[in-house]
Design a protein around this ligand. Sequence first.
Ligand code: BEZ
Ligand code: FE
Length: 312
Amino acid sequence: MNGQELFSEERSAAVVAASFQGTRDERLRQVMTSLVRHVHAFVKDVELTEAEWGKAIAFLTATGQQCDGVRQEFILLSDILGVSMLVETMNHRTGGTSTESTVLGPFHMVESPPRELGANIALDGKGAPCLITGQVSGPDGEPLAGAQVDVWQANEDGFYDVQQPGIQPERNLRGLFTTDAGGGFWFRSIVPRYYPIPADGPVGELLAATGRHPYRPAHVHFIVTAAGYRPVTTHVFVAGDPYIDSDAVFGVKDSLIREFPVVDAPARAAEVGLPNPFRTVHFDVTLLREEQAPLAAQPAEVQPIPVPGALA
Ligand code: BEZ
Ligand code: FE
């Protein structure tokens, strides 16, 4: 028999995977075959009912309907399932030799305005003043002069400027800085607050149905680029935040958490142009060279994840 093997419950994945055998693009064939294998295994694992399958289709349909030029509910779904962080982490393995990456998020939707080093990005002056400093260097510690440091953050109430047009000034708490001769950057801002991811759509409903909260711990976003080096998209997180151990999108990495201590030093405050006392954080960024070989895959999880209700 030359035709397709007929469908059966036992052989379902093999039958469907075989239908992709003629795919000319080898990578597409590999991806589709693996996808089918895992989806079929999942459906069998949970003994999916027709009603649940219908609910899943309705959920994915609503997720698509929630998407427009600004809102991307599918990325949000990927975020709360940890898929965004997994893809990000696998594609930016550092082996501890450079700054770790984390999710980009949906709020880098406007370009950060170029600003001079030392500028105050808190355009409305609201919030706890904070001095943010750091140095960009390469893998051997070489300082990277002329690197671009793109930053954006939420305000003291946990909102980005784009979420509060008419309330916050445009481009509030955003800036694009260029490092000095020693690779250094510094600017004035405020301490951000934790905030909920957009939770008024299907992803929010899923979080509620599963007893999960929608909050992200307070952070400042960074994209750091330098000619000849691999860019990094990352955050610095505020140590002690109530959600530091339960980020709704799994974006926290230990190496990215910093204290934001209070500095009580009138002379230093006057020097940097902040009221005394003020908060401060120092965040150094190390980039890999462009030609450095990507690190190999980490060993896959060996411990099976317990699934309630699954047959032993
Ligand atoms: C953010 O940090 O801006 C973000 C990341 C993922 C989902 C929602 C927001
Ligand atoms: Fe954010």
